[in-house]
Design a protein around this ligand. Structure first.
Ligand code: GAP
Length: 448
């Protein structure tokens, strides 16, 4: 059963609250291209940071890399992308719309019912020319995956990091695919961001590491708040494996259009290093000093889409609920992903409140991404913060001027606690780490 929220509601919230806008909107937009607004850019950064933290920062067997988008064309010949990175395309003989042959049912055009051509293979890589001369010799491709930048740097990283296998190399960056049928908002676009890990292991241990990474990656989404019942694993059938893969699992999410791929975890075997060694003439093997042998490592690749993850986090967090007789839309985002951690809100625009409220803002802004808002009624400002998933609102009222205490309101429980301004940073830090929002709070306990 598809997720309960319609995609239209997510698209509309994203536009209304500055998360995601259609690209080039004042010119009528550009199909499948989207821009991240002030809130969206924070959410996306947080998703990438959460990935980097769990994949690179918190481990001693993975290092990071940032390689160029354009690479030597030989890379794509060796990797098999020039020959194999294709989708079957059919064209309607009447309206000339083009479709992915494997994504439509029947033999007629879904748009006008017209007759379709026989399928032909369509390469998904974007081609362009490097330098001032446009010719075959200057053709380059925009990378369709970040993985190849990692494979061609394997030797550089092993020698400079002086790490032993198993060793992972991680990269986050833009990829480009000339998809025949993009759509479903940011689910499938022609320009998107990848978060990819290539984990190099000793042949023979690859199956064990594939299982390990499938579990790790599944648990990452759950830890960050995606409900387990909206996630499932699906192993690829032999006929759907990518040209480089020995085995592959998809982590699927229950998107509004049904179960669809969120992330793929593939066993690429030694395909890539062997191909690059053959085509470049450079040896790409590893000397295992402990075993006293040399081999071409196998690779386990968890490959996730930043944008698709953002979409899944948004959908899973989205909720319309009734609070004190009033309807509210709220994003129950994990606080670590929320674009704004704290909103600082003077109760009213009365001139006595802003000086203290601005002092609070100044005190907190070096530590958290926060927002100061003194427009409209306090109720409307709370609703706005709920809609972008802000976990905490700090309200400065007239009593605050006397007792130098402020109220923190928690997004999910709507509970409120009163905290001295001097303690605010510590209390919010503890709450963001998951400390309970009740009488056992850091501040309340300390007062006893
Ligand atoms: N290097 C392996 C690889 O790229 P993939 O299954 O083609 O594998 C991995 O892509 C992930 O990248 C997908 O699970 C998805 O999250 C994301 N992705 C792929 N194509 C995408 C597109 N056109 N738009 C948005 N995200 C995409």
């Amino acid at each position: 059963m598809p997720a309960k929220v319609d995609m239209d509601k997510i698209v509309s919230l994203c536009k209304r609250r500055g998360l995601i806008f259609p690209s080039s909107e004042i010119y009528g937009g550009l199909a499948s291209c989207w821009d991240y607004g002030p809130m969206g850019v924070e959410l996306k950064r947080n998703v990438k940071e959460a990935w980097w933290k769990s994949i690179v920062q918190e481990r001693d067997d993975v290092v990071g890399l940032d390689t160029s988008i354009m690479m030597h064309p030989g890379v794509w010949a060796a990797s098999g992308h020039i020959d194999n990175f294709t989708d079957p395309l059919v064209e309607c003989k009447s309206c000339h719309l083009r479709w992915r042959a494997d994504a439509i049912e029947g033999k007629k055009c879904p748009q006008c019912g017209g007759e379709l051509t026989e399928p032909r293979m369509f390469n998904l890589m974007f081609k362009t020319f490097m330098g001032p001369v446009e010719g075959e010799a200057s053709v380059v491709y925009l990378r369709p995956e970040t993985a190849q930048g990692i494979f061609v740097n394997f030797e550089n990283v092993v020698t400079t990091s002086r790490k032993k296998l198993p060793l992972g190399i991680a990269q986050i960056g833009k990829s480009f695919r000339n998809e025949i049928t993009p759509g479903n908002f940011i689910f499938r676009t022609r320009e998107f961001e990848h978060m990819e890990l290539e984990y190099f292991v000793k042949p023979g241990t690859d199956e064990k590491w594939l299982d390990y990474w499938v579990k790790e990656r599944f648990d990452w989404y759950v830890k960050l708040g995606i409900r387990k019942e909206n996630l499932r694993l699906r192993q690829h059938g032999k006929d759907e494996l990518a040209h480089y893969a020995k085995d592959c699992y998809d982590i699927e999410y229950l998107f509004p259009m049904g179960w669809s791929e969120l992330e793929g975890i593939a066993n690429r075997g030694d395909f890539d290093l062997t191909q690059h060694a053959k085509c470049s003439g450079k040896e790409l093997s590893y000397y295992d000093a402990e075993a006293g042998e040399k081999y071409v490592p196998y690779v386990i690749e968890p490959s996730a889409g930043v944008d698709r993850s953002v979409l899944a986090f948004l959908i899973d967090a989205y909720c319309e609920e009734e609070v004190e007789g009033e309807k509210r839309t709220v994003l129950h985002l994990n606080p670590s992903l929320a674009p704004i951690k704290v909103a600082v809100l003077p109760l009213s625009r009365n001139e006595k409140l802003p000086p203290l409220a601005k002092e609070v803002f100044k005190q907190l802004c070096p530590s958290f991404v926060i927002e100061y808002d003194d427009s409209q009624s306090i109720g409307r400002r709370y609703r706005r913060q709920d809609e972008i998933g802000t976990p905490f609102c700090v309200t400065i009222d007239f009593e605050s001027l006397e007792d130098k205490q402020v109220t923190i309101r928690e997004r999910d429980s709507l509970a409120q606690i009163r905290v001295p301004i001097g303690e605010l940073k510590k209390v919010i830090e503890a709450k963001l780490k998951g400390e309970a929002f009740d009488a056992s709070t850091l501040w309340a306990t300390r007062q006893k």
